[in-house]
Structure formats: C-alpha cells, structure tokens
Write a protein that binds this ligand. Structure first.
Ligand code: ADP
Length: 477
C-alpha cells in the first residue's frame, strides 16, 4: 500500500472551474478503491461547497503565516481531504483564480506559494498530522513549487507532477521570486527561472521525479514548439520520465442507462430509444422534428483552443446540407455573437444556446447523432468519451487525448469492428468539412453506423484503468 498526498487547486464536487477538478475528485477515489492510503490537500476557499463534517486538526506556520489544517472527507467516499485554511488569502469571494469580476487575483502568487509551502510541511510530516506520504502527486502550476521545495529537503518523499494544460504556467516577474522569499538556490535556468521570470510550472517540470500529462499523444506534442510554449526543450530533455495517462470519466454521472436528465434511458441493446432523445432535443431546440436528418452537436467553452472558428468557417456550407446542428457553449463574445447570428438566419438548421447548462449537455450527448470537437489542442478531453458512451459518433481533430481515445472509421477499423468515430488531421475548415461529409455517408449506411455506435459504447473509459497506471508509477518511484 502506498501513502499518497494528492495536491490540487480544485476538487469536484468541492470546487470546480474545469477538468482538473474532475480528475482530482475521481482519481483519489479510484486509488482508494485499489487499497491505497490517499489524502487530498486543497485550499479552503470561501466558495468551497460546505461539507457536514469539518474539524480543526492543526496549525502550520510557514513564512510567518499561520494556516489551520481542517479535515473533512470527499463527499460520497472515505477519502480524507485536508483544507489549508488561511483566511487572509483564501476567505474571499470569487473562484480559485479570479475575483468576482473575473479579474485574476493580484496576489495569486502569494496564494499558491503559501499553499505549496504548507503542502511541503505536510509532506515532511511537520504538520502535526502524524502521517508521512511516500509520494506527493502535484497537479498543474498551482502546486509546481512543491517538487522544487522538496528537492531542498533531506529524506523527502518522491514527487509526481501532472500537467493538465501546458497553456497555463504560473509566470510572474522576477521580483515576485524575492517577495515570496523563495530559497535562492532555486533561481537558475534549470530551476524556477524562465527567461528572467518566475515560473511555477518549472518547479514541477524541473524537480519532480516523474512527469505525466493526461494523454500519451499530448505527452509527445508538448515536446514540440507548437504545444510546449517555450518549455518543449526542457520537456524533451525529460522525455524518459515523462508519460501520458488518459483520464477516466465519471461512469455514474454519464451513463445513458441511468441518466435522469435525458428523455429516455437506453443502452447498446435498446439503441432505438436513442431516437426518442433525438426528437425531444429537436423539439426543445425549436428545430423541425425529423428522425432521419443527421443531427450534429457541440458543447464547449468557446475559446480558440476548441477550434470553433473552424466550425464557423464551415457553417455557410453546412446549412446547405441536409443536416441540423445543436450548439451549447459560452466564452469569447465575438464567437457567441457569430453563432447566434447563424441561428437567427437559419432557425430550421441551427440551434444555439449560450450559457452553461449541465442538463442540456446530457440531452445533447444523448440526442445528437454526431458530436463535433475540432480542437486545435486537447490535452485529454471528456466530451469525446461521453459521446462514445452515449452511442454518439465523435468527429475530432487528431490531437492529444482525442487522437488516443477515438478509432477513426477507415476501411480497416470498420472491417474489424474497432471504429468508434471520425477524425481529421489538418487544422482547417476544409478538413473539418470533409470529416462532416464522411460522417454523413456513414450515417446513411445504417448497418455500419450501428456497428460504430456499439463499438463506441462498449469502450472502457473507467477511472480504474487510469488509476492502475498511476499506481504503477508511484510504485516505480
Ligand atoms: P475543457 O476542460 O478544456 O473545457 P473537456 O472536454 O475536458 O474540456 O471538459 C469540458 C467539460 O465541461 C465537459 O464535461 C463538458 O460537457 C462541460 N461543458 C463545457 N461547456 C459547457 C456548457 N456550456 N454547458 C454545460 N457543460 C459544458
């Protein structure tokens, strides 16, 4: 049995802004089910969902600042969560990264450096918790200083650093390094310095014993200039300790057999019931109810990463084709406006909902025939996994986790029943449009379509699978 301290700036269902929270809420649970002693450490934000049983267990002083350690449990599990309670830094409205108006916290470096220092105290068993981990598993830049600070300790536990998205690095001016009172030994090119700036993520990349990211393909991509954001050299140098492990998905929440948000549950044995979800979605989206027209969906943050501009460039041609489109998302205002304009011009073809709507997301996954993910990059991606589980064929750009979780419908994969989606390589609206046309051809070949649906629905995207791979790494280090 391994003792693992799992450090994350967000953990579902306590606090969530993105995919990191899902991983931090699911992976520890799966590791606990594999018999490991795992504890989560998280800041005690004001906006944290309140749990019933929270008790004070100790006080840790770092850098002349006192933090209380509160103990609670991850809802619905026995996993212990330690909350770093430092009201001066975390008892403010807003989310972990931005204030109520959406502006990044101006003291964000102070917040997460304190968090990191407290994690180090716990890891070194100086937090009066009577527990010493074998491994500290850090996630993203907010915990990047931990492996760096541990490198200065003797008899420190091993560390693993997981990159969920290289686009966020925690970069600050050099003066921040001094203001944070960080040990001078860490200020050099192979340490925390990046072009005369302080880089939190470099702490993880330079000092952790192992580095992982959330898909094997993304692990390769971040070693190239296009995806490495200047750190591709360091990552290339570390390739022997760098690997990719695909995230699992929440099989309880995303299960077409038990989903209470959809009109009619179904499984691969009762696939005909998926049609009921399609017609209800058409009705609620004010599209003509038509069983035979292929219905395409998209649910996304509307940001450049997701390649929505490629879709916008295809829309003029798409509306001339016999298909319908249901889109849900929010983000870039100009993208929102363009999509709404299309929906206004072509109300019988395109339905657009701007906002965040969990129930509608489930209804789209269940109701559409094909799901669009034309991402420029995608470290792992979740919706393509949800889609497959719902017998909805994902159309993806071949990048990151999308490349690793979809088997493109080509003659060979079709003949051996492994095809589960459609993928395209080039970042262009032309390539996306080709993939859409290819999907339409498959759709009208009912037998083949059903074969792809069943292969997709039978795939194993469980956390158990991924947790075993993390456990193997913990054991290795
Ligand atoms: P990312 O974490 O980069 O946004 P993922 O595909 O990994 O992308 O995860 C996105 C998650 O957020 C999925 O569960 C998706 O369904 C959900 N989501 C994104 N936008 C919306 C929205 N507007 N309404 C409801 N759910 C959304």
């Amino acid at each position: 049995m391994k003792k693992i301290l799992f450090a994350s700036s967000e953990v579902h269902p306590l606090i969530k802004t993105g995919g990191l929270a899902d991983v931090a809420g699911s992976l520890p649970r799966a590791l606990a089910e594999l018999g490991q002693d795992i504890r989560i450490v998280l800041p005690n934000y004001q906006s944290l969902k309140k749990t019933e049983d929270v008790r004070f267990i100790s006080t840790v002083t770092v850098n002349h600042i006192d933090s209380n350690i509160l103990e609670t449990q991850l809802p619905g599990s026995n996993v212990i969560v330690w909350l770093v309670d430092c009201p001066a830094l975390f008892n403010t409205p807003g989310n972990p990264y931005v204030d109520e108006s959406g502006n990044p916290w101006d003291n964000i470096a102070d917040r997460f450096s304190l968090f990191c220092r407290v994690i180090v105290e716990i890891a070194m068993d100086r937090g009066h918790l009577n527990w010493r981990p074998d491994v500290v598993h850090c996630n993203d830049w907010q915990t990047g200083l931990v492996p760096a600070l541990l490198s200065l300790e003797s008899n420190a536990p091993s560390s693993l650093f997981t990159i969920h998205n290289m686009a966020y690095q925690g970069m600050f001016p050099a003066t921040t390094f001094n203001n944070l009172n960080l040990p001078l030994q860490l200020w050099h090119h192979d340490g925390l310095e990046f072009h005369e700036m302080l880089s939190f993520i470099k702490g993880g990349l330079s000092y952790a014993n192992r580095i992982t990211t959330v898909s094997p393909t993304y692990a390769l991509e971040i070693q190239t200039p296009e995806f490495g954001y200047g750190l591709e050299g360091l990552l290339g140098h570390k390739h022997k300790v760098l690997s990719g492990i695909i995230n699992g998905m929440d099989l309880d929440q995303w299960n077409p057999e038990t989903d209470t948000a959809i009109s009619e549950p179904y499984s691969f044995k009762t696939l005909a019931n998926k049609m009921i979800n399609k017609t209800s979605l058409q009705a609620r989206s004010s599209l003509p109810v038509n069983k035979s027209v292929p219905l395409f969906g998209l649910i996304s943050r509307l940001v450049e990463q997701k390649g929505i501009d490629l879709l916008i460039d295809c829309l003029t041609e798409m509306v001339d084709m016999p298909l319908q489109l249901v889109l849900l998302g929010s983000g870039d205002k100009s993208v929102e406006r363009k999509l709404l304009d299309f929906a206004r011009l072509y109300p019988k073809k395109v339905s657009v909902t701007i906002g965040y709507d969990e129930a509608l997301a489930h209804q789209i996954e269940a109701g559409v025939d094909a799901f669009l993910m034309p991402s420029r990059f995608e470290p792992c991606g979740l919706n393509q996994m949800y889609s497959q589980r719902y017998g909805t064929i994902p159309i993806v750009r071949e990048t990151g986790g999308l490349a690793d979780t979809i088997e493109d419908a080509l003659p060979k994969s079709l003949s051996n029943n492994t095809a589960t989606g459609v993928s395209f390589k080039e970042v262009s609206s032309g390539a996306l449009l080709e993939a859409i046309k290819r999907t339409m051809l498959l759709y009208h070949d009912k037998k083949t379509w059903k074969k792809i649906q069943i292969a997709a629905m039978e795939k194993d995207f469980s956390w158990q699978n991924s947790a075993k791979q993390y456990l193997a790494l913990y054991q290795e280090i």
